[in-house]
Design a protein. Structure first.
Length: 120
């Protein structure tokens, strides 16, 4: 089941590459909501610490979880138009990867394995 969900997310991400409007600080000093892309109705901004790095994310909706991962150098803002639609039937989680948006900078860990471990 997990493999099917991940495969579906990869397909969605691939389909949306190049159609986004990245927002957010880049370097993540944890500034205000405007720097983090602003408010999105029905979603709340949150932070979690993972392996010493503060990761920013938005969460909203109810139902099975869907995690939306942006590409480089995008932020959660990439998914702003799809998130409310998915939130009708799913809990939507859209994180900013380490070092972008309102997530904190890290001296290392920008390889794909570490980035995947951050959201696992």
């Amino acid at each position: 089941m997990r493999t099917k969900v991940l495969a579906a997310l990869v397909v969605v991400l691939s389909a949306c590459l190049g159609c986004s409007d990245a927002r957010g600080g880049g370097g993540g000093d944890g500034g205000g909501l405007a720097e983090c892309g602003g408010q999105l109705a029905g979603f709340s901004h949150r932070d979690v610490e993972v392996d010493g790095v503060r990761l920013h994310y938005l969460i909203g909706g109810r139902g099975p979880a869907v995690v939306l991962l942006h590409g480089f150098p995008e932020t959660w803002w990439t998914w702003r138009q799809v998130m409310p639609l998915l939130a009708r039937t799913h809990t939507v989680i859209a994180p900013d990867s380490r070092g972008v948006g309102c997530s904190s900078l890290a001296p290392a860990g920008y390889d794909t394995q570490t980035l995947a471990r951050d959201v696992h």
